[in-house]
Design a protein around this ligand. Sequence first.
Ligand code: DGJ
Length: 708
Amino acid sequence: MPLMLHGDNTSLVLAHGDGPPAVVYWGHSLPDDNPADVASALSRPTAHGTIDVEAPVALVPELGSGFFGSPGIKGVRADGSAWAPRFKQSKPPEVGDDHVRFFCDDGVAGLDLEIELWLEGGRDVVAMRQVLTNTADTNYSLGRLSLSLPLPSRANEILDFTGRWCDEFHPRRQLWEAGAVINENRRGRSSHDHVAALFAGTGGFDEQQGEVWGFHLGWSGNSRLVAERLADGRRYLQAGELLFSGEVSLNPGESIISPWLYGAYSPSGLGMISRAFHHYLRSRDGHPGPGNPRPVILNTWEAVYFDHNLETLKSLADRAAEVGVERFVLDDGWFQNRNDDTAGLGDWWVDTTKHPDGLGPLVDHVTGLGLEFGLWFEPEMVNPDSDLYRAHPEWVLADPNYEQPLGRNQLVLDLANPDAYDYILNHIDTLLNELDISYIKWDMNRDHVQATHAGRAGTRVQTLALYELLAELGRRHPKLEIESCSSGGGRVDFEILRYTKRIWTSDCNDALERQRIQRGFSMLFPPELMGAHVGPHVSHTTRRTHDLGFRGAVAFLGHLGIEWNLLDATDAERAQVKELVGLHKRFRPLLHGGDVVRLDSQDEATMTQGVVSFDKTEALFAYARINTARSSVPDPVHFAELDPDRRYRTQILALPGRSGEFGRTRPQWMDDGSVELSGRALMSVGLQPPVLDPESALLFHIVAIDGK
Ligand code: DGJ
């Protein structure tokens, strides 16, 4: 008998006959229907020229049953057997209000399979994973363990992301024709270029319109996503860890647990999927909620790079405190021999030439100012020019029979080696015990290449060891917060967020580039997790120059930080930064707790996104002109997700440091100072923005005034 799970706005029908379970429907809520009728309505006829019994797009589709797409499981025993398993249900599913667990086995292949699905967050995110157990008495070499969901034919457009260092979350839109779209990541981190996420939707879907199905694999190592349209017309999405040859060999009795695959459905555009994912993350234990406001950060990287000097750092902390910063993060450069990126990684003790009395005096100074102290580490890495490497070259995640290439002059440490793991854990732990360090910026700056642990492919065990290391530090230091950084946004996924509370979105602090990067980031992650810093006037990665108004408006919507040498700033600039920080703190509950709303625009020269409070009483939207426009006067902005039946007053929230507008006159409502309109009017009539210079932005502040 098929069964049905109901989210708040969605329903999911699962068929489970003899074989492995399959999702047969996932979409609009069906409160009045019977799952058997839904399954019957969708049962498929058999065409000529094919196998008599069509193999379903099961959660784990089977080559052994005649599924000619990508099989959910790939594996084999040394004698060649068990290469095309076929599962049967071994006992009835365990069905709860918000979850179901299926139990299957294949007695011939000697494999057990358990699959669980949960409705999460606002119950509109489906989280799925599986456990495969080897029940035979020989090893089972596993090459794939992925989950699959069918999608309707009308989902014929795909949005996913490409990217690179400093250009994360670059959207890629394509028609989903016959054949497969494959996204494989082999970098050993979730990567800049192959984020494990995909959105499929009805033709032309956008932020507010069209049906959309969204997916994300919560895994920080290698991944593989496939979206395929089969010759018989069916479409499906499959996602799982990418395993190299020999990477997983299950001993008799041994199990492997897959990463979680997350999915969300929206009947009305991409925005609703993002909000479902955000609600889910916000519902998880440890997520920084309203009781834990995100401290405004000063990060020293773009301020001083490797040039650490105690007096300079203290003065920087003084300036930071004056402008309202709440957390001072000492970035790369503080440990032994770390004067550039050629040496030192692995030697996690303080460089006494820079800090003769250790870090204590700086930590005391910072905490004495009332700021938290954070410290940068790159624990998974080692420079060949380090005491650690000289003592333990065998701790590298590499095959000793080959030369291992360097990346940023560094090698990866094999954390699945217990000695290397203990060394790293103990060195970090010692510093955390000795000093009042409440925050770690955890960096990871190179890809895995031929990553070998104990003679076989090692990215999976490395990823698991990383999670364990982060978890152990969390157990030993329950108040510690950790930021996930990987050359900017090279490690961003729902699993690393079980251990970390912030993501360094990109090494690119150029406010123009950040517009698009942050918009892409927000498809999956809420703003309170998005590290967004005001850099210097001249961006260090693009050399573009932007005024503080634009830099501030862009960083304002995330977890705000400053990454600029405030000692070089003028008094007037510091006063402006102080004002910006004060405004951010005032709006922080809205910015970090509201619903993210990205607006569509026909005008490619503008980008607008913002947040609307849960009760729809207040909203902030950042409107940015990112380019010169074809038309001399911009289009009105049509807001979204407001309450149509309420009245709102809209004003410009003046941010400090904004340079002048370009037009000769302003819209009437701006000259009046504000305008009062219904939510319906703000969404359907819209609001005319002024003519703005390219690369400038303003904030619309919308407040309900009807006292409801
Ligand atoms: C890469 C990070 O993304 C930067 O923010 C900075 O921490 C550098 N590493 C330091 O080496």
